[in-house]
Design a binder for this molecule. Structure first.
Ligand SMILES: *Cc1c(COP(=O)(O)O)cnc(C)c1O
Length: 418
């Protein structure tokens, strides 16, 4: 099929005219990709260091994903959970083997995974202890999604504004503060839900000791220890799951972003003991874990294993981090670097949105996750040459932004003078 519009300007015009205006988009439209590279409609080449917001785990047009999805589409796409779905069962087998958790439930997004986790935690507490034991401890600065329940659990007031009433039952704790958690957990706490690294919050890692402390508090209070690994899961941090860096044993893990390599799929993994609290009729999803999305997840999981992608994630993440640290030593506009593996945040002292736009102008795609923080999350297959080229482009973009600022100041002075 030929492209529906000839160029990015035509796509922008149609988008401005016909779409909800709820996104701030870069004026770039892509035609194709390969690995960590993308080409726009005019043939311009980009290094994709945001990877569809940490979703393109295998990079673009990976042969294993192309084959799995094409083969599945050619057989059938969707039959619903009224029937057995071989690809879904296989994806669950792979995920439970990788995590040590007993069972998987599939949905279509990160928000939906968190919704399922919240419902499971409430239902379990209701079954075991009766109604009224529904409180879930969550963290300030967190992000769990945009649906009402996941939004209510999200510790960023700006995302709540004007959408009330939100579901209650969430108590917010300062991130990485165990004393606050000890003070807050009580008999009506049914679960704790936190991110091992706050991705949308600016790539802020949790202390291992805090996570271990939360796990201990949950065990002591019979509450579920639940991790939102929607962004950190599926190899992103150099382990299959971020909690594996800290030797943790969560009761439940939420997944989505990287799981389908860009094909929408979410999942909740849970212990047998927790999962048994959802029985037929309690929860479901029409599309959840359909054959197409599950085939994509299987291809991602099998390729990470067969191609041994986790060690390269650590190596390439280390290379990127070292390059950013060297840049920070040379450039006063670049500050702290945080994160793990190929999920990194870089603090900058220039407008991160302007810098991200300048990066795109230099052929590098990154995301201004916070006003003064860039997020980098390239595909897990990113190469050393890609990393080195990205660092060069980032420095050029810094020059562009600084020059522009210098130019603005000079222009301002001129205006004052006249
Ligand atoms: C992106 C994200 C979500 C929401 O995922 P959607 O697929 O956009 O609903 C939830 N939790 C975390 C940690 C995320 O990074």
């Amino acid at each position: 099929m030929s492209a529906p519009y000839p160029d990015a300007a035509a796509v922008a015009a149609a988008s401005d005219r016909h779409l909800f205006q709820n996104y701030r988009r870069q004026p770039i439209a892509f035609a194709r990709g390969r690995g960590a590279r993308l080409w726009d409609l005019a043939g311009g080449e980009y290094l994709d260091f945001i990877g569809g917001i940490a979703t393109s785990s295998l990079g673009h047009a990976h042969p294993a994903l192309v084959r799995a999805v094409s083969d599945q589409v050619a057989r059938y796409v969707h039959v619903s959970n009224l029937y057995l779905i071989p690809e879904q069962a296989r994806a669950a087998e792979l995920l439970t083997a990788a995590s040590g958790l007993g069972r998987a439930f599939f949905c279509n997004s990160g928000a939906e995974a968190n919704e399922a986790a919240i419902k499971l935690a409430r239902r379990r507490a209701h079954d075991l202890r009766g109604p009224g034991e529904y409180e879930i401890l969550v963290a300030q600065g967190s992000f769990h999604g945009r649906t009402l329940g996941a939004l209510a659990a999200t510790g960023n007031p700006a995302y709540h504004a004007g959408f009330g009433p939100l579901p209650g039952g969430f108590r917010f704790l300062p991130y990485n503060d165990l004393e606050a958690a000890e003070a807050a957990i009580g008999p009506n706490t049914c679960a704790v839900l936190v991110e091992p690294i706050q991705g949308e919050g600016g790539v802020v890692p949790a202390d291992g000791a805090w996570l271990a402390g939360l796990q201990g508090l949950c065990r002591g209070h019979g509450a579920l220890f639940m991790l939102d690994e929607v962004q950190t899961g599926i190899g992103r941090t150099g382990r299959m799951f971020a909690y594996q860096h800290h030797g943790l044993a969560p009761d439940l893990v939420c997944l989505a972003k990287g799981l389908g390599g860009g094909v929408p799929i979410g999942a909740v993994l849970a212990t047998d003991d927790a999962a048994r609290h959802l029985v037929p009729g309690d929860h479901g999803s029409t599309f959840g874990g359909n054959a197409l999305a599950s085939a994509a997840a299987c291809a991602v999981l099998e390729t990470i294993a067969s191609d041994g992608l986790l060690d390269p994630v650590t190596a390439m993440g280390g290379r990127l981090r070292a390059g950013l640290a060297a840049l920070a030593a040379r450039r006063p506009e670049v500050g702290a670097v945080r994160g793990a593996g190929l999920l990194l945040g870089v603090d900058v002292q220039v407008d991160a949105a302007a810098l991200a736009a300048a990066c795109a102008g230099r052929g590098l795609l990154v995301n201004n996750v916070r006003p003064l923080t860039l997020r980098l999350a390239p595909p897990l297959v990113v190469t050393a040459a890609d990393v080195d080229a990205a660092l060069v482009a980032l420095e050029q973009a810094l020059d562009d932004v600084s020059r522009r600022r210098g130019g603005d100041e000079a222009a301002g002075k001129d205006q004052e003078a006249t």
